[in-house]
Design a protein around this ligand. Structure first.
Ligand code: TYD
Length: 203
């Protein structure tokens, strides 16, 4: 049996990626793939407990980064790696690109620290495809304002999200084959046509 593939969705808060998570899973299931949908931080019982702390408790930025990777280690060990080896496709709402975007871009932690944790926890493992939903700060801000109560990240200022966005776009420039940038200002239907084409390419 061939291993499953790992697909991640990324973007600043308010980019609308959560809307497309279900579409990705449904599209893959329509191709008779076994699919599991998950998220970071979270995805396991321990990871979800860490998520509560990460989203609602104030903490030192390095503590935040370490907890992100603690949750990620558990996620990989308990869910992602076993699922992929059973031939299941895994679709995750965020993964390590978010640590580069939020903890490095947003909080200013040097990228070498994330790279060191990534090497430790992932041992060379990376997503097969990352969909980066990109929107200008004012659009994301309007979407965040329309959404439910803000968590610790969503309360950050526009400047923070602008840095997060640029860190994501820098990552996409350095790994153009894996990270595909989608203009998330487009309507849902137009975006889904693009997403379907990228999934088709993945095989
Ligand atoms: P998010 O994925 O936006 O979920 P929801 O749509 O339910 O709010 O929330 C997760 C938050 O965690 C988001 O603001 C980004 C942040 N985050 C990081 O800062 N670093 C990371 O490595 C990950 C995975 C998430």
């Amino acid at each position: 049996m061939s291993p499953g593939k790992f697909i991640t969705l990324e973007g600043v808060d308010g980019a609308g990626k959560s809307t497309h998570l279900g579409f990705v899973a449904d599209w893959l299931r329509a191709q008779s793939r076994d699919v599991v949908v998950t998220r970071e931080p979270g995805g396991t019982p321990l990871g979800e407990t860490l998520r509560e702390l990460l989203l609602h408790r104030d903490m030192d930025p390095d503590t935040e980064l370490l907890l992100m990777f603690a949750a990620r280690q558990q996620h990989l060990a308990e869910l992602i790696r076993p699922a992929l080896s059973r031939g299941v496709w895994v679709v995750s709402d965020r993964f390590t690109d978010a640590s580069y975007a939020y903890q490095c871009g947003g909080r200013g932690i040097p990228a070498e620290r994330v790279a060191a944790l990534e090497a430790w926890v992932q041992r060379g493992f990376a997503p097969d495809l990352t969909l980066l939903f990109d929107v200008p700060p004012d659009v994301a801000e309007a979407r965040r304002a329309a959404a439910r109560t803000a968590d610790r990240f969503e309360r950050e200022a526009d400047r923070f999200f602008s840095r997060v966005r640029h860190a994501y776009l820098d990552r996409a420039r350095s790994e153009p084959a894996r990270i595909r940038v989608l203009d998330a200002r487009q309507g849902i239907d137009a975006l889904q046509v693009e997403i379907a084409a990228l999934l088709q390419e993945l095989g």
